[in-house]
Design a protein around this ligand. Structure first.
Ligand SMILES: [Fe+2]
Length: 329
C-alpha cells in the first residue's frame, strides 16, 4: 500500500511521508504508536480528494502549545498568552477559509493525547460550531481562546485527580479546576472577560445542575454551552480517552442529552455539519456492495455519494437519489 497522506508523531515530526510504501514492519510500529487510521492510495479512491479543516502542522503546534501552557503553570511561570492568541487566530483563519459545509470528524481532533491534544480539539470544535452559528472573527477569538484554555486549572491539580473521568467526577478537588483556571487568568488583562468566563463555566449545564455556580441555562452564555458540548464530544470519542465511543454513539448521546446537559441549538448546529462518513471512508452498503465515500449531501450526513467498484468498473451511487440503499458498515 502507498501512503496518501504524511503521518506525523505527537510532536509534529514526520514519521512517514506521503507516497511511501507501507511495509509490514511500519504497520506494526504504527499500531504500537496507536496510529490506527491512515490514508492510502488505491484504484478505488482515485480522484477522491480528502480535504482537511485545518492542517496537520497547526494541530501539532496546538498540541505542543497546550503542553507548554500546562508546563508553564506547573512551573509557576507566565502563561504564553501571545502564542495562544497567534494559534487561535491561525485556527480561525483556517476554519473560516474552509468553505465546506460538512466537517470531517477525524479532522476535529489530534489523536493519541488525552490532555494536550484535547485542549486543541475543544478549541477547534468550538470555533467550528461558533462559525456555523454566525459569530464574527472577534467573537471567535474570545471563544477559541477560552476553549483552548478551558482546562488549565487542571495544571494545579495532582496528576491522579486531573486525569479522572470528567463525565462522572463530581469530587470537590476535581471540580475546583474551573475556578482555579479562572483565577489563573484573572490578572491577565489581555484575556477577554468572556474567555475567562468560559474557563469558569465550561461544566455548567442548561438544566442548572452544572458547576461551579449551577447557573441556569437561560443565563448561561452561549460560548460556555458551545465549549461544554465540544468538551464532552472530544472526551467521548478520543481514542485515548475514557469512553472511546464510536462517533455515531457520541452523536446519539449529544442528541439524547440536549436540553439537559447540552444546549439544543449548539448540538443541532454541530451535528448538521458533521460528516459522519467523510470522503475517503470505506463503507459497506445494504446491497452488499463495498465502496468509498466520494462526496457529501448537505443536511444528510448519513447519505453521502459512494463510489462503487464492481468488476473493475466504477460507478457513483448517490444515496440521496436511491433511498432504499443505506450504509450498514
Ligand atoms: Fe474541565
Amino acid at each position: 500500500m502507498v501512503l496518501a497522506k504524511t503521518i506525523y508523531d505527537v510532536d509534529g515530526r514526520i514519521l512517514l511521508n506521503s507516497g511511501s510504501l507501507l511495509k509490514e514492519k511500519y504497520r506494526a510500529r504504527l499500531i504500537e504508536m496507536d496510529i490506527t487510521e491512515i490514508y492510502i492510495e488505491d484504484s478505488i479512491s482515485q480522484g477522491i480528494e480528502v480535504k482537511s479543516v485545518v492542517d496537520q502542522k497547526l494541530k501539532m503546534a496546538g498540541r505542543s502549545l497546550a503542553k507548554k501552557t500546562f508546563g508553564s503553570i506547573k512551573a509557576k511561570k507566565d502563561i504564553p498568552f501571545n502564542e495562544v492568541q497567534d494559534l487561535v487566530s491561525e485556527l480561525i483563519d483556517q476554519v473560516c477559509f474552509n468553505t465546506e459545509d460538512l466537517m470531517r470528524f477525524d479532522d476535529l481532533r489530534v489523536n493519541r493525547d488525552a490532555l494536550y491534544g484535547h485542549s486543541f480539539n475543544v478549541a477547534l470544535i468550538s470555533v467550528v460550531i461558533g462559525r456555523f452559528l454566525g459569530y464574527d472573527e472577534l467573537e471567535l477569538m474570545k471563544l477559541g481562546t477560552g476553549a483552548f484554555l478551558h482546562d488549565i486549572g487542571k495544571a494545579l491539580l495532582p496528576d491522579d485527580i486531573a486525569g479522572k473521568n470528567p463525565l462522572n467526577e463530581s469530587g470537590k478537588t476535581f471540580t475546583a479546576h474551573t475556578k482555579l483556571g479562572y483565577d489563573l487568568l484573572s490578572d491577565i488583562y489581555e484575556v477577554s472577560p468572556l474567555s475567562k468566563y468560559i474557563v469558569l463555566s465550561h461544566h455548567e449545564r442548561p438544566d442548572g445542575l452544572g458547576y461551579p455556580n449551577a447557573i441556569n441555562g437561560v443565563k448561561l452564555h452561549q460560548f460556555a454551552k458551545i465549549v461544554s458540548a465540544a468538551n464532552v464530544f472530544d472526551i467521548l470519542t478520543n481514542s485515548t480517552g475514557v469512553a472511546k465511543m464510536p462517533i455515531y454513539q457520541a452523536v446519539e448521546y449529544l442528541i439524547a442529552m440536549s436540553g439537559t446537559l447540552f444546549d439544543k441549538l449548539v448540538v443541532d448546529t454541530f451535528i448538521r455539519h458533521l460528516a459522519l462518513f467523510p470522503n475517503g471512508s470505506q463503507v459497506k452498503l445494504s446491497s452488499g456492495e463495498k465502496g468509498v465515500v466520494s462526496g457529501q449531501n448537505k443536511n444528510a450526513p448519513t447519505r453521502p455519494i459512494v463510489k462503487i467498484l464492481s468488476n473493475s468498473s466504477a460507478r457513483l451511487e448517490n444515496l440521496m437519489s436511491n433511498l432504499s440503499l443505506v450504509i450498514v458498515g
